[in-house]
Design a protein around this ligand. Structure first.
Ligand code: SF4
Ligand code: SF3
Length: 546
């Protein structure tokens, strides 16, 4: 195996024996092969689209398969074996559709479009030929992987919109175009840089689509005080990013005597009007994903993982974990989706037999500062900026993770001058959302917009401020970007920000291993991207006092 798609990759270079995330060598290889099958399907679908052929099963398959390979999403070899088989069948179907419509096959079709294999051993052998390192030139490899990771994030957000009935065909087309492009040896580094920027454009589009899907279906997030303590009923903990599952779970648990709590990235569900109405929706339990091995233990009740980040469960609570959608782990119960619906009876009955959660924290945290709320406070915010009460905003969106070096973000938040405000989204917030950082004239100093996809809200806010202050360039705003990344959705968010013209983003706790020195140089020279150093030095630099 070779995998370097996330921030915690072994030695900062690549996981080669077993993932730091717990992914086995076998699963990593099968994920590589599945991506290869997706490339083959996409080669045909590109040409088929020119003949007016569109296959929704292909769009859905490509989206879900990309999503399944995201860090901490699916650890189950069987899932990937089945997907590879299904993908090969779909690839042939796509090819037949293309031929029947009068299409002619190219003489030099890429191997991804023609290889055949059956069963585990053939798949295992093929997987070894098609991994990341099969692209020899390290700059081409770096750009191809950056694009692939971007579309993995895109697939995740597209899927969340899709289950709510929202889709944009251009986004599906782009994912497939990008997959096919990574097999094209004729593309120059410049072509791939252009494709990387285009990934950022579709990143903005998919986040806008998901924002529309979420807010149209569940209302605009509202300023909300979220309880972080517990009640005395047995309960279910729901984690991940899928709001549709949140809705279904709340409906099905109503009146059963079973409470519902959110974990990690599901915290922002507490901000939506459609969910706040449920009396048995108690609040948020615990912190970011990587603390689940301790927190799930204390929770006592069953846990539903709707998306990443799943940590390989310990035996002590494994029987209480349930997965859904593209999440999977061998030996963990999976709740199937039938006709777009899920039946949570098993998990509800399980909860009834469990003890109530052990209280690990008490009190409240505040959130719900998505674009609609912040823009409704615009007058107050603008006044505070004009009067100098707010000197600078810090966008600290992104992810949290296990590394000790992430303590930097807690210290950074603590040490920021009192006349600054943090804008956040994603699970990065858990590094500072329980600190008492106070407010500025009633505006809290940490404004949480929501999940990582709600980073879109932060861009909307920045664009609005640019308009109000009549600025030419988004970079003239008193906003600094100090972003923490971990998995591939954060890679997409970063590309989206670059596409919107945001410069001088600081990225940490380490720069991605998948950026070759030359690709990193392009990002530094064109966009002023840099890493992090020490808290005080970075604050001085950001505040212009260095
Ligand atoms: Fe390693 Fe991250 Fe890949 Fe897991 S996802 S195998 S930790 S690089
Ligand atoms: Fe977190 Fe996995 Fe990135 Fe959605 S739950 S932000 S890491």
């Amino acid at each position: 195996m070779f995998c370097y798609q996330c921030q915690e990759t072994a030695k900062g270079t690549g996981c080669t024996i077993r993932g730091v995330c717990g992914k086995t060598d076998n699963v990593a290889n099968l994920q590589d092969l599945l991506i290869y099958v997706l490339k083959g399907i996409s080669i045909y679908s590109q040409d088929a689209k020119k003949l007016g052929i569109r296959n929704e099963a292909v769009d859905k398959f490509v989206m879900e398969s990309l999503f399944a390979t995201i860090t901490n999403g699916n650890f189950d070899a069987k899932y990937f074996l089945d997907k590879i088989k299904e993908g090969l069948t779909l690839r042939d179907e796509m090819k037949q559709q293309f031929l029947q419509a009068g299409g002619e096959l190219k003489a030099d079709l890429h191997d991804a479009a023609i290889w055949k294999g059956e069963g585990q051993s053939e798949f295992a052998a093929k997987a070894l030929e098609v991994g990341i390192l099969s692209t020899e030139n390290e700059d081409v490899r770096s750009l191809r992987e950056l694009i692939i990771y971007g579309i993995k994030g895109m697939a995740a957000y597209a899927k969340h919109a899709y289950v709510l009935g929202y889709k944009v065909e251009d986004i599906f087309d782009f994912m497939q175009k990008a997959l096919a492009a990574t097999t094209d040896d004729n593309l120059s580094a410049d072509d791939l840089v252009a494709l990387t920027m285009e990934t950022g454009k579709y990143g903005v589009d998919v986040m806008a689509l998901l924002d529309k899907a979420n807010t149209t279906t569940y209302g605009n997030p509202e300023i909300t005080k979220v309880n972080i303590g517990v009640k005395n009923n047995p309960a279910i903990l729901i984690s991940g990013h899928d709001l549709k599952d949140m809705e279904e779970l709340l409906k099905q648990t109503e009146g059963t005597g079973v409470d519902v709590y959110t974990h990690s990235e599901m915290l922002p569900a507490n901000y939506y009007p459609a969910f706040k109405q449920y009396q048995h929706f108690v609040g948020n339990y615990g912190n970011a994903w990587w603390k689940q091995d301790k927190e799930f233990e204390f929770f006592n009740g069953p846990v539903l993982m709707t998306t990443n980040c799943l940590v390989p469960p310990k035996d002590s609570y494994k029987d209480r974990v349930y997965t859904a959608n593209t999440v999977g782990f061998e030996g963990v119960k999976h709740i199937e989706t039938k006709d777009g619906k899920k039946d949570f009876t098993a998990i509800i009955e399980h909860a009834k037999k469990c003890q109530p959660p052990v209280e690990i924290e008490k009190g409240e945290i505040i959130g719900g500062f998505a674009h609609n709320t912040v823009l409704s406070l615009a007058d107050k915010v603008i006044e505070a900026v004009k009067s100098g009460a707010i000197k600078r905003f810090f966008v600290m969106a992104g992810c949290d993770g296990r590394m000790k070096s992430r303590d930097y973000y807690t210290e950074f938040a603590k040490d920021l001058p009192q006349d600054t405000v943090i804008l956040t989204a994603g699970c990065a917030k858990y590094r500072y959302n329980k600190l008492d950082l106070g407010d500025i004239g009633g505006i809290p100093r940490v404004l949480d917009a929501g999940q990582c996809n709600d980073s879109y809200s932060l861009a909307v806010i920045a664009l609005k401020l640019k308009e109000v202050f009549e600025l030419e360039d988004i970079n003239e705003l008193p906003i600094s970007y100090n972003i923490a990344w971990y998995e591939q959705k954060a890679a997409l968010v970063l590309l989206a920000l670059l596409y919107l013209g945001v410069k001088n983003i600081h990225l940490g706790p380490t720069l991605p291993a998948f950026l070759s020195p030359n690709v990193a140089k392009v990002l530094v020279e064109n966009f002023g991207i840099s890493g992090i150093t020490e808290v005080d030095k970075d604050i001085e630099k950001f505040m212009g006092t260095a």
